[in-house]
Design a protein around this ligand. Structure first.
Ligand code: NDP
Length: 265
C-alpha cells in the first residue's frame, strides 16, 4: 500500500477493527454450557441482542439468562431442539416477531456418542448426525430466509479438529463435522451474492463437559499432541467466533479457522 495514498480503504475502517454487535440480533444454539455459553457472554458483552437455545438443561440456561440480564446484557434463553425443523419453528417465529431480523447465527449445539463401528448403535449414528449436521441445516435454512431479506448476515458453524484428524470411535462425529465443513463451503458460495458470509471454527480440545471424560482418560496423551501444551478455554473459541461473525472479517467467507493450540499441525 502507498503510504501517501489518502483514498478510502475498502473493508473495515480503523474504528471498526474490533468486533461490535451493537444493534445486531444473534442466535446461538446450545448456549447453556461450555463453548456456547462463552459465545453468548462474549457477543452480549460486545453489545449484541443474544437469543440462545438449550435442549434439556433448563435450570442452567435460565440461571445464565438471569445472570447476564442482571448485568444489563440483552440475553434470552429458549428451549429448542435443533434436530427437527418443527421443533425450531417457534423459535424463528418469535425471533421474527420480536426483532424482525437476524444478523448472526452460531450453529454450536453438538453431541458425541463415540463407539467403535462394530458396536455402534443406529441411535448413536442418528443422534450425532441429527444434532451436529441436520441441526445446522435446519437453523441455517430458516436463518438464511431472514438474512436474505436484509441482504446481510453471518453464519458460524462450530466444527471440530476431528473433521480433519479423526480417531478411533469417531466415525459418526467425524462424518457430522466433515459434512458441516463441506456444507459451510457450499452455503458460502450460494449466499455470497446475498452478502451473507458462512464460516467454520474448528476447536481442538477445549475444557467443557463434552471433553471431560477424554481429558480424564487420556489427558497426558492428548496434551503431548498439543504444540501449545495446554487445553483451550471456551473464551478462546468465543473470541474467534466473534471475529468471524463481525464486520472485522467482512472479506472472509467459506473458510475454517482452526483454534486448537496447533494440534492440526
Ligand atoms: P457441551 O456438551 O458442553 O454443550 C453442548 C451444548 O449443546 C449444550 O448447551 C446443550 O444443551 C446443547 N445441545 C445438545 N444437543 C442439542 C440439541 N439437540 N438441540 C439444541 N441444543 C443441544 O459441548 P461443548 O461446549 O464442548 O461443544 C460445543 C460445540 O463445540 C459442539 O458442536 C462440539 O462438537 C464442538 N467442539 C467441542 C470441543 C471440545 O473439546 N469441547 C472440541 C471440538 C468441537 P443442554 O445444556 O440443554 O444439554
Amino acid at each position: 500500500m502507498n503510504p501517501n495514498d489518502n483514498s478510502p480503504l475498502a473493508g473495515p475502517t480503523a474504528s471498526a477493527l474490533s468486533p461490535n454487535f451493537t444493534g445486531k440480533v444473534v442466535l446461538v444454539t446450545g448456549g447453556s454450557r461450555g463453548i456456547g455459553r462463552a459465545i453468548v457472554e462474549s457477543m452480549a458483552s460486545l453489545g449484541g441482542t443474544v437469543v440462545f437455545t438449550y435442549v434439556s438443561q433448563h435450570a442452567e440456561a435460565k440461571e445464565l439468562e438471569s445472570e447476564l440480564q442482571s448485568r444489563n446484557f440483552k440475553v434470552s434463553a429458549v428451549q429448542a431442539d435443533v434436530r427437527k425443523d418443527e421443533l425450531i419453528a417457534p423459535l424463528f417465529e418469535s425471533l421474527e416477531k420480536d426483532h424482525g431480523r437476524l444478523d448472526v447465527l452460531v450453529n454450536n449445539a453438538g453431541v458425541t456418542r463415540d463407539a467403535l463401528i462394530a458396536g455402534m448403535d443406529d441411535s448413536n449414528w442418528n443422534d450425532v448426525l441429527a444434532t451436529n449436521l441436520t441441526g445446522p441445516f435446519n437453523c441455517s435454512r430458516r436463518a438464511a430466509r431472514l438474512m436474505m431479506r436484509r441482504r446481510q448476515g453471518a453464519i458460524i458453524n462450530i466444527s471440530s479438529l476431528v473433521a480433519q484428524r479423526p480417531g478411533r470411535g469417531h466415525c459418526n462425529y467425524a462424518a457430522s463435522k466433515g459434512g458441516l465443513e463441506a456444507m459451510t463451503k457450499a452455503l458460502a458460495a450460494e449466499l455470497a451474492p446475498r452478502n451473507i458470509r458462512v464460516n467454520c471454527v474448528a476447536p481442538g480440545m477445549i475444557v467443557t463437559d463434552m471433553s471431560q471424560e477424554l481429558r480424564e482418560l487420556a489427558g497426558d496423551q492428548v496434551l503431548a499432541r498439543i504444540p501449545l501444551k495446554r487445553y483451550g478455554e471456551p473464551s478462546e473459541i468465543a473470541a474467534s467466533v466473534c471475529f468471524l461473525a463481525s464486520e472485522v472479517a467482512s472479506y472472509i467467507t467459506g473458510t475454517t479457522l482452526h483454534v486448537d493450540g496447533g494440534m492440526i499441525i
